[in-house]
Design a protein around this ligand. Structure first.
Ligand code: GLN
Length: 384
């Protein structure tokens, strides 16, 4: 359904401008008749829009009443959110574009049909559809939470100066990017920056580092997340490139702990299982100023929330982050397991799971569904 009601207000000023001379009185009468007709038409249009899920775009100056009508129509009511969610699911569920990651053997065999979408608002309300309890490995989405742990422990200057907060414009496991920037990882969401973040979490040994990082993800999810042994066993044997990256970082003096130890913990954090439901809770914790809406636990200082979201906006979808921001205006983070997390600050966390990926390593249906929902609900943060 794609109903469009043109606002009458664009006609009004143009009409007025044409009224001149003696004809003025007559025209004003005629005009007020037209205006009354248009008002009736406008009310009819607004009622129709109430049945539609397309956000109403106000064109030109509106009367106070008209403004109230438009904002009532655009309100995030349960009905409207559910309708858009269902539309997104129906629209993309049969899309088979993209393919599972295969450079980690265990990811290749994950069921490509899994498709779950969950939204959670800061008051903890859940809207979901599809395979919302099916889990995949979190992969790179884990990088968000380790970066959050580092900023929480060491502050924003440390994150910016030691790891970086700029996009690389190159693939997430690029070694060239590392060399090009004099050994700087550029940001915590490419593999180099993520392994670095893991190494900087304060811990006396590997066991404590893992306990802190996994515990922190659990706090965001509001539950104990499961661990995917199959993915871990597979990746720990396939992660030679990450080991090389950690060694290069170490050569530049940028690691906080032993490089191979940090790489192993990083590989573990990537093997945590998440569903679209879990992702939405984790996202809603960001949307709710760092407080988990389900448990009420304060997980991240409010002042750091916009910092982590800023890096997600610049580098969350890697070398495609610019296109994503252009399309949706939202901070987001993807993982090669097929998960994607988008955050609409103050409004909701959106979690989607669908394993087939595009060439950048981002879930195809995940991006489509999240972008559709953001557009249809009119919640692009840059358009408010
Ligand atoms: N564990 C994966 C890796 O290190 C994570 C990559 C990703 O999700 N983009 O390659």
């Amino acid at each position: 359904m794609n109903l469009k009601c043109e606002s009458t207000d664009t006609v009004y000023p143009k009409g007025i401008n044409k009224i001149k001379g003696e004809k003025m009185q007559k025209d004003i009468q005629k005009f007020s008749l037209i205006k009354r007709g248009m008002l009736t038409l406008s009310i009819a249009c607004t009622s129709l829009i109430l049945l539609s899920t397309t956000p109403v775009q106000a064109k030109g100056p509106l009367t106070t009443e008209a403004k109230a009508e438009v904002s009532a129509t655009n309100a995030l009511t349960e009905e409207r959110i559910n309708a858009v969610l269902k539309e997104a699911y129906e629209k993309f569920k049969d899309n088979q574009d993209g393919k599972n990651a295969d450079y980690i053997k265990a990811l290749e065999v994950v069921d490509s049909k899994i498709f779950g979408i969950t939204l959670m608002t800061p008051d903890g309300k859940v809207y979901e559809i599809g395979d919302t309890n099916e889990v995949v490995s979190i992969q790179s989405i884990s990088k968000v939470f380790t970066a959050a742990k580092v900023i929480q422990e060491k502050g924003e200057t440390f994150l910016q100066e030691k790891i970086g907060v700029n996009a690389t414009g190159l693939a997430f496991n690029s070694i060239i990017a590392l060399e090009q920037h004099g050994g700087s990882a550029s940001n915590p969401f490419v593999n180099a920056g993520a392994i670095q973040s893991t190494s900087w979490v304060e811990a006396k040994d590997s066991k404590e580092r893992w306990a802190k990082i996994s515990g922190y993800m659990d706090d965001f999810a509001g539950k104990k997340l499961g661990f995917n042994d199959v993915v871990y066993d597979s990746e720990v044997n396939d992660n030679k490139r990450n080991q090389a990256i950690s060694k290069i970082l170490d050569a530049y003096g940028r690691m906080g702990s032993d490089p191979l130890e940090a790489t192993t913990v990083y590989t573990k954090q990537c093997s945590v299982n998440i569903s679209s439901h879990d992702l939405a809770v984790m996202g809603a914790t960001f949307a709710n100023d760092g407080v988990n809406p389900v448990t009420g636990k304060k997980v991240l200082d409010k002042k750091y929330v916009p910092k982590i979201l800023a890096v997600m906006a610049t580098a969350g979808l890697y070398d495609n982050a610019g296109d994503w921001l252009y399309l949706t205006g939202t901070p987001a983070k993807s993982g090669v397991g097929g998960g994607i997390l988008a955050i609409v600050p103050g409004k909701m966390g959106i979690g989607v799971v669908s394993p087939p990926l595009d060439k950048f390593g981002n879930s195809v249906r995940g991006q489509q569904a999240a972008a559709y929902i953001i557009e249809k609900l009119g919640i692009n943060p840059l358009a408010q």
